[in-house]
Design a protein around this ligand. Structure first.
Ligand code: RIB
Ligand code: CA
Length: 330
């Protein structure tokens, strides 16, 4: 873990605010190394209005009610109906234990408009960190084709190179929900880091981390409370042990340099947008593995395959010392 930083990383998070998105937002709010410029919302784990509500509530809880939230697209680029993953994140996207009240309001701009506006105001400074389907980012590119020259880079939670998919044998959920948008985003000429299942399935919260959270202040107790449902899903259907993934928080941590990749080749990546069994697959050219990944013409996508240790401890210590919520979270 690397926590000695001088400049803060300015980031816009794009979330389908379920449980691990909440971890990502809390990390971005609490880590002193991060300046959270705004949060845009998208469907995926839940429908977009629920993602917006959860995002506003979590920011208020963390005392960051002044961070702008922009409501995003409500379905995939091809016009299909959104099909949320309530069975993983609960009906409210907060493990069926979210707060009753509603805090704050979204800004009067769409997610894509907000992203373009913020990046035009601070050219070259902002890292986009989409941790849901890539619909809003594709729309922002449509609105401002020069966006790749206005951002610092893009760190996506999504895709997988060598690890099985989690929605189909080869596709990860965020890419699978809107492969056409992902295709647009991966083709755009900006530096992308694809934080895929190759690393996110291996950075895990264990029971000792939840014990720590439950011994902390109200913010960390809330995180532990809403994660129970999500943890049960992973124990039952994935690990057969009490282990919990932190997918989206890992993308935030990598984007801010809180954790570093030990292996992260820059390779060509293509998204499968066919309607066959490969739909939504991120096809990563890792053929250079035996030669320490020599440069590939046109490659602009980094694919982390192995990370430093320490993020679950860092995250739970940060949460446990965060104190009590700024608002009532019952
Ligand atoms: O595949 C994991 C991803 O899908 C995470 O971003 C999770 O929040 C869901 O959106
Ligand atoms: Ca997500």
């Amino acid at each position: 873990m690397s926590t000695s930083h001088t400049a803060k990383t300015a980031m816009i998070l794009d979330c389908d605010t379920g449980v691990d998105d909440t971890m990502a937002i809390m990390l971005a709010c609490l880590a002193p190394e991060i300046e959270l410029v705004g949060v845009t919302t998208i469907w995926g784990n839940v429908h977009t209005p629920i993602a917006t509500r959860n995002t506003l509530n979590i920011l208020a809880m963390c005392g960051k009610g002044d961070v702008p939230v922009a409501h995003g697209a409500e379905g995939p680029s091809n016009g299909d109906i959104a099909d949320p993953a309530y069975f993983v994140h609960g009906d409210d996207g907060q493990g069926n234990k979210g707060m009753k009240a509603n805090y704050g309001k979204p800004v009067d701009m769409s997610a894509a408009e907000f992203i373009v506006d913020a990046c035009r105001k601070r050219p070259g400074e902002i890292e986009l960190v989409p941790v849901g389907p890539l619909t809003n980012i594709a729309l922002a590119l449509q609105l401002e084709p020069n966006l790749p020259n206005l951002v610092r880079g893009v760190t996506v939670m999504g895709g997988t190179a060598l690890t099985p998919g989690n929605v189909s044998p080869v596709a990860e959920a965020n890419i699978w929900h809107d492969p056409e948008a992902a295709d647009v985003v991966f083709r755009a000429q900006w530096p992308i880091t694809m934080v895929g299942l190759d690393v996110t399935m291996k950075v895990l919260l264990e029971p000792k981390h939840f014990e720590k959270m439950n011994n902390g202040g109200g913010i960390s107790k809330y995180m532990a409370r809403i994660t129970e449902f999500y943890s049960d899903f992973y124990e039952k259907y994935t690990y057969n042990k009490p282990l919990t993934t932190m997918h989206d928080a890992i993308a935030v941590a990598l984007a801010a340099g809180l954790v570093k990749a030990k292996v992260s080749p820059c390779v060509n990546v293509e998204v499968d947008i066919t309607n066959g069994p490969g739909r939504g697959q991120t096809v990563c050219d890792l053929r250079g593995v035996y030669m320490n990944f020599p440069p590939q013409e046109g490659a602009h996508c980094y694919v982390p395959l192995e990370l430093e240790d320490g993020l679950p401890d860092y995250f739970t210590n940060l949460l446990a010392s965060a104190g009590d919520p700024a608002v009532d979270v019952s």
